[in-house]
Design a protein around this ligand. Sequence first.
Ligand code: ATP
Ligand code: LTN
Length: 332
Amino acid sequence: MKRVFSGIQPTGNIHLGNYLGAVKNWVDAQDKKENFFCIVDLHSLTVPQDPDELRFQTRALAAMLLACGIDPDKSTLFIQSHVKAHAEGAWLLNCVTPLGWLQRMTQFKDKSAKQESVLTGLLTYPILMAGDIIFYDADEVPVGDDQKQHVELTRDIAQSFNGRFSQPFFTIPKPIIPVVGARVMGLDGPAAKMSKSSADKRGHAIRLLDEPKEIMRSFKRAVTDSGREIIFSDAPEKAGVNNLLGIYKAVTGKNKEDVIADFANARGYGDLKVGVAEVVIDMLAPIRAKYGQLMEDPAELDRLLAIGATQANAVAQPKVDEMKRIMGLVVP
Ligand code: ATP
Ligand code: LTN
């Protein structure tokens, strides 16, 4: 059975891009694979966080992932900092990764350009991510398009370690990018991806916990163009309409022809926006209800996360111990 590893940061409200680009695909493939899903709290520390807020968001994200359909009987769901091998092993990888590989990363360049003072962790972030994946010998990493470069770097790190210590020690992972939903764009400007860091900007994102009224309002305000044509298109001026159609397609699972047929009688973009909002509202209603129930039972949430941490630790710690031995450390 193929082994899957993926992660998500507890940095605020999870949005439709996270869901369609990543979480939905984790849920859908659960039966066919051996799954490890990780709430990457250590990654969140690469930009300043409010401690109480981070703690709350970490548990809230766990509840949300369970509400979205991650089944603890089929998947290992855990918090990254609960498994010490991640931080320990990342140091070892720091010592075999050239600086230039990290400085090239697009996400580092984007995020560091937006900050006055850049923390070292923001640069070494992809090393921590590489460790997440290779300490589990994951074959597949289901992520949105923005993480492809980090998974490619992970492959380079694993290959270089294997080459240097002349044995096939790490499995070389593959990024799995969904065909639809890989890049959901912001509703306020379809040139930039929908992002958690901007999720609280009015009209930018659909957060999974938004009330139906708010979802409808955000879609109605979505930026489109001055035309009337409802078509899938790569033309920059059609990016807004394309994004709405892409969301509708990912949510309904319909093919392009059927999506266009659904809007054949639309009187303009107004009808398109309402149509998309309605399917999103219906999809999110049961998720919000389940989330509410889970947040009312913190003891059960903690119990599930403790089981996840034990299962993850049993895989990652022996791998990191073996890595230490290979690199010449004395392992007690
Ligand atoms: P931030 O804005 O803080 O970087 P984020 O919204 O990018 O956060 P992450 O926790 O970094 O969220 O990503 C979780 C998963 O969601 C990743 O697999 C990522 O590729 C995917 N993802 C994030 N944004 C989008 C998007 N707009 N469209 C599709 N997938 C996305
Ligand atoms: N960097 C990713 C989150 C992440 C991840 C991982 C994804 C951390 N570790 C391991 C897949 C596999 C992000 O920002 N979305």
